[in-house]
Design a protein around this ligand. Structure first.
Ligand SMILES: C[S@@+](CC[C@H](N)C(=O)[O-])C[C@H]1O[C@@H](n2cnc3c(N)ncnc32)[C@H](O)[C@@H]1O
Length: 211
């Protein structure tokens, strides 16, 4: 597709190369900044100590970190985590190489937990549910969860050939979030037709609170 990179992820991780190129491209940076994060986060106050899991090349991290005092970005892929740590050294971001199904982080710590476009890369619904439970565990009582992910489609399926790709059905998310321990759950969906990218995109957002 010829995506230009704005960050430089090294090679050899579970996300396929074309996908990774896209997740580091200026096109994606613009979509994240103008559409995805405003839609997901809006004007919501995320508090003083925020977590992001599945940071990847860090384009979501770049936008998120401008609006919070302190951000911890967790990424399972060592090369991506190392590259992001080097790129964001000296900023308000602490990059942790770790697995969101068993976060190496203390309970009841964060004012907000976020995850963008990551859940479908977790290899089974059970493991995805573990991620949700872990996010609930590390949030303070009343802490907020904000997440987005793509809705399955032929285009998205094709884009993920060679990836770990287990898309979530937004209709099932409220029950899954409740089972993970969350309250005040909101899940909704947006269908966008993107002329720049030449494909229709459907995504959902999920917002909830730790009890
Ligand atoms: C599609 S990228 C999204 C990156 C970024 N959030 C964005 O929206 O541009 C998903 C990232 O989640 C990471 N990931 C997958 N499973 C993970 C897990 N269990 N724990 C932490 N990160 C994970 C992948 O390595 C990948 O970098």
């Amino acid at each position: 597709m010829g995506w230009r990179r704005v960050a430089s992820p090294p090679k050899g991780r579970p996300v396929n190369e074309r996908h990774l190129e896209f997740c580091a491209s200026p096109e994606w940076a613009e979509i994240i900044e103008r559409e995805v994060l405003p839609w997901a986060v809006g004007e919501r106050d995320l508090g003083d100590d925020v977590l992001e899991v599945g940071a990847g090349p860090g384009l979501t991290t770049d936008v998120l970190r401008r609006r919070v005092a302190r951000l911890t970005a967790v990424e399972i892929d060592k090369d991506l985590a190392d590259a992001l740590r080097a790129r964001l050294a000296g900023t308000n971001v602490d990059v942790v190489e770790g697995d969101a199904t068993r976060l190496p982080l203390e309970s009841d710590r964060f004012s907000a937990a976020t995850t963008f476009n990551m859940l479908h890369h977790v290899p089974s619904p059970d493991l995805q549910d573990r991620v949700l439970a872990e996010l609930c565990r590390v949030l303070r009582p009343g802490g907020v969860l904000v997440g987005t992910d793509g809705v399955a489609s032929d285009t998205l399926d094709e884009f993920h050939v060679g990836d770990v790709y287990v898309p979530c059905d937004p209709a099932g998310m409220p029950a899954r979030l409740r089972a993970a321990g969350f309250v005040d759950i909101q899940v909704d969906r947006a269908d966008l037709s993107d002329a720049r990218l030449g494909w229709a995109r459907s995504r959902f957002r999920f917002i909830a609170a730790a009890p």
